[in-house]
Design a protein around this ligand. Structure first.
Ligand SMILES: Nc1ncnc2c1ncn2[C@@H]1O[C@H](COP(=O)(O)OP(=O)(O)OP(=O)(O)O)[C@@H](O)[C@H]1O
Length: 617
């Protein structure tokens, strides 16, 4: 694709951008975009990246670095760019989570980390919790600090540690133990963050190389950035002349418990002299839902602006309610029957109704799965692990993105979209010059012949565990493990690659075993035709036609109280995932209604209805 002049560039895939979004897109220098739910913040980043790439404001070989909080969000952003830009442009958009970004730098530049903090190549990622910190304190016979203080000191302490002070000495001995006293170094993501922060301070050559590579940096969901993460971004890019764009919504901040900054937006503006833009549209939800969202939003922040709802209502009946049940059995049975009624009447597709919970999705799965199964419906618990990786994370993995279109091509006679994606992936893995016709043709022929092989296997054999496993191995052999691991920094370490590869293989074989055809096995793999169940945290950034939250009582969600703003934020996140309808269920067997919340929402149109009446027709 030829480059266009900035003044001739227009957004792609959407009809319009609201005026402030348009201004923020064209603004020179760093910008901060704050906006409410469904306002198109992620879409804005995708448009802005496309603008930079298509107008040569970020000319080759320079790249854009985009940082998101969840793997599927990072993948989602990358795929929006892939749809709009030709491969040679899309390839210069690096979309990572914070953790993947820092870990990628560690894997590339580990050798440059100064002693004694340089970890061995064989390090293991750990997710230490209270028990692990308690063990450490006991082993060292430390009684003067508790596990929370220790954890927070490890996160807060920059390297190298100056050992003056009691806490400094304790943190130093923790690092020492994690780095030296095990067969392999044990590192948590906050520790990796600290190592990279240290590396960039010590090594100006690596820092300069990073700055030259990325003159443009995006951060999505900035409200959940922690102090440590922000320090890393500052260390890497402050004063470099890079144009940073941060987007976020402080009403959706739900990571304060993990150290998200309370004054992050101000600090970003100060550090990068960023211009602030505030957006006022909601493209996701219709006016009646937005009215209730506004009641919650103004409770969180009484100064918020009026929002313009741009979604259209397409359903009849209740659009927001609290469903009041007397016990758990009634709750699960009625929700199962109601969901089935909605799906079989054609109102909504199964994967477009989300079941959300605050915590413990596995427990809720046990209760609700049989009730859905009674109506021939299947539940997909996105938190369930296949091997060592949760399903939701696996679906956002690059390996999955490479393998799935190939499987789809194998299972169908024609599939133009999968063909285009697979071809683009092969071109990417081969790092093929788009101008080299000979090479391009060879890649195409290679893909054609491989698809023939896959079709042969899939036509001859109905789906079984064994054949699915054989297919997975064929995919890996053809795509080539080494190429995959070179192309995607996250897979450089064998252990990280194996975790994803193992999960892919396990899920594919399981889905094949349960499905009569290969197409159905692939649908099963991606969750098509299944009702997703996930925590509010995992629902961030996603949207569904209908959202049902289970457990809005004062015991199940005991922390939802007026003096805990983060909990209301979580409620806001859940509510705003809905395009058409948002329902919250309450079981009297568990607890009582959350009255203060109901009082807040009732005037805006949210009502409590007796759950039993839901399926009366
Ligand atoms: N300019 C636009 N025109 C039409 N639709 C849009 C526009 N911008 C975004 N959308 C659509 O609106 C929905 C919400 O967009 P997006 O997910 O980017 O919002 P967000 O601000 O990141 O949401 P949240 O913070 O609630 O997760 C998506 O379906 C997106 O495709």
């Amino acid at each position: 694709m030829t480059l266009v002049r900035p003044e001739d560039w227009y957004p792609q895939g959407v009809d319009e951008l609201e005026p402030k979004a348009w201004e923020a897109l064209k603004a020179a220098g760093s910008v901060l975009v704050t906006a409410g739910a469904g306002s198109g913040k992620t879409e804005f980043l995708a448009q802005k990246a496309t603008y930079f790439l298509q107008t040569a404001l970020c000319p080759s070989p320079k790249r854009i670095l985009a940082i998101s909080f969840k793997r599927d969000a990072a993948r989602n952003l990358a795929s929006r760019i892939e749809k709009r830009c030709p491969p040679d442009q899309a390839r210069r958009f690096d979309s990572y989570t914070f953790d993947a970004f820092a870990k990628g730098l560690l894997d590339r530049f580990r050798a440059a980390i100064p002693d004694p903090y340089r970890p061995s190549g064989e390090y293991r990622i750990i997710f230490p919790g209270r028990t692990e910190f308690e063990d450490f304190l006991q082993r060292r016979e430390i009684r003067s600090v508790n596990t929370k203080q220790l954890e927070s000191a490890i996160i807060r302490t920059r390297l190298p540690i100056r050992r003056n002070g009691r806490l400094g000495r304790i943190v130093q001995s923790y690092w020492q133990e994690q780095l030296e006293e095990n067969e392999e170094a044990l590192l948590s993501f906050p520790m990796i963050n600290r190592l990279i922060d240290y590396l960039l301070r010590e090594n100006s050559t690596i820092k300069r190389a990073l700055q030259l590579t990325y003159p443009v940096v995006f951060i999505d969901e900035f409200q959940d950035t922690t102090d440590t993460q922000f320090q890393l971004i500052r260390e890497a890019f402050e004063g470099s002349g890079a144009a940073l764009t941060a987007v976020g919504d402080d009403k959706q901040q739900i990571m304060a418990w993990a150290g998200a900054m309370h004054d992050g937006f101000e600090r970003f503006q100060d550090a990068f002299t960023a211009t602030h833009f505030s957006l006022v549209s909601n493209w996701r939800s219709h006016p009646e839902l937005v009215r209730i969202q506004q009641a919650i939003a103004s409770r969180i922040d009484p100064t918020i602006e009026e929002i313009e709802a741009r979604g259209t209502k397409t359903v009849a009946g209740h659009i927001a309610a609290i469903w009041d049940f007397s016990n758990r059995e009634e709750e699960a049975a009625t929700i199962g029957a109601w969901v089935s009624q909605e799906i079989f009447s054609g109102e909504v597709k199964p994967h477009n109704i989300a079941l959300l919970v605050r915590m413990k999705p596995n427990e809720v799965e046990e209760e609700i799965r049989p009730e859905l199964a009674r109506h021939g419906l299947r539940l997909r618990n996105e938190a369930r692990a296949v091997g060592d990786i949760p399903i939701q994370d696996l679906l956002g993995e690059d390996l999955t993105e490479i393998f799935l279109p190939l499987l789809r091509l194998g299972a169908s006679e024609r599939d133009a979209s999968s063909w285009n994606t697979a071809l683009r992936n092969f071109q990417y893995l081969e790092a093929a010059d788009p101008q080299n016709d000979f090479k391009q043709q060879a890649i195409q022929q290679n893909l054609e012949s491989f698809v023939r092989v896959l079709r042969g296997i899939m036509r001859r054999n109905p789906p079984t565990r064994e054949i699915a496993d054989e297919l997975a191995c064929q995919l890996l052999e053809k795509v080539d493990e080494d190429k995959l691991r070179q192309a995607f920094p996250f897979y450089r370490r064998q252990r990280d690659f194996d975790r994803v590869w193992g999960g892919f293989r396990q899920l594919l074989t399981k889905c094949a075993e349960q499905s009569p055809t290969w197409s159905q096995a692939i649908d099963e793999f991606v969750g098509y035709g299944q009702i997703p169940l996930m925590t509010i945290h995992k629902s961030k950034g996603l949207e569904f036609h209908t959202m049902i939250f289970l457990g809005l009582d004062n015991q199940s969600w005991w922390s939802l109280s007026p003096d805990k703003p983060q909990e209301l934020n979580a409620f806001f996140v859940a509510f705003t995932r809905a395009e058409q309808r948002a329902f919250f269920s309450l079981s009297r067997e568990h607890g009582r209604p959350v009255t203060w919340l109901e009082n807040l929402l009732e005037p805006a149109g949210m009502e409590r209805i007796h759950g039993g009446s839901l399926t009366e027709s």
